[in-house]
Write a protein that binds this ligand. Sequence first.
Ligand code: BGC
Length: 423
Amino acid sequence: MTDSPSPQTDKYPTDFLWGAATAAHQVEGHTDNQWTDWERQVAPRSAVNAERRIGTYRQWPAIKDQAVDPANYISGALGDHYHRYNEDFDFLESMNMNAYRFSLEWSRIEPEEGEWDDEAVKHYGAYIDELRTRNIEPVMTLLHFTLPKWFAAKGGFESSANIPYFTRFSEKIVKALGEKVRYIITINEPEVYAFESYALGNWPPGKRNYYQWFRVLNNQLKAHNDVADAIHGLNAGHQVSIAKNSNYFYQDDGSKLSQLGVKVMRYLQDDYVLRKVVNTSDYLGINFYQTQRMKGLMIANPGEKVSDVEWEMEPELIEQALVRLYGLYQKPILITENGLADGDDDERQWWIHETVTAMNRAIEKGVDLRGYLHWSLLDNFEWAYGKWPRFGLVSMDYETGDRQLRPSARWFGSVIRRARGLK
Ligand code: BGC
């Protein structure tokens, strides 16, 4: 596998950010937030319903034992990244990476309303210093889905009156840690959070209320704008964005109806959100995982190649996605997440190869692409799916805490070495 040809990287600028991403609740272990309570509440039901929900997945025979075990749905200790981050940063270095995205766990920093844990702030300061020592550019996310319990109890982003709590937290952080970081993501995937938590009811608080769904989405977008303004007010040259999940919608057959379908879906998914945040953002953080083929007004994916969570795999279409987004918004783009669930590691190298080549083409076409952060550095807690999906460049044994670089990651490291012109 490692002998396969290297992807084309001749168009990448020398200061391109090559890295990986994680989020606090998914890797740190022993967090105590709104999700922690939710996990305890839903784990038994998730285990019982697993076969009904995902029993048709191609991976079912391989994952069944984990998926029907309630423990799968409890994040718990994970790989204790909170204390073992140095070991994990070694992997970034061994892959020749020069960037890393992580998130802060708000509930560690402000466990009770207005009560700040200075030790937690210091922890993240030391964490960032360690990255800097290794010449790795930190990309810091202020909020990646997990709310402190007290903020959730107030209704979280359901009420615009709660936005100032998030702004206050963000200001506190930027004052304490801002001089150590340049790239800041305010909120990860506000639209995914609003949809999963308030339309589908899959995530806490498990509501299905379309009115609240839109309110939560719009309040988060407002929160981004407020925080971005506050950060820019400090005039420290920070680069601020949200991280926007973007599926690439395209048409199957050229029919008028399919064209309309694509237009509507692109608007609902991307443009509704991006138009509201673009003016306060210095670049666009884009999480790219999936493609959606439209036949008329319906999604009609070929389904030939899917990942372990049954997401359509057409990684090469990142080129078209980038060209479209850059053409419309004319802002530099940072791929803040991209990757796949692949427990056997038999598709990851192919995926990265296709992606790196496609991004090379997009840069050639004029897209101002600043970096690529693979999701994820480590196997992690995959929200409602629990622990069985394996997104990591590094595998994690949750029993022993043992971590191992996957073969595809070793190969990716050699691609980065060449692309960066390192010895
Ligand atoms: C989220 C991550 C998640 C990944 C894979 C993204 O939508 O930001 O937290 O693990 O997708 O599902």
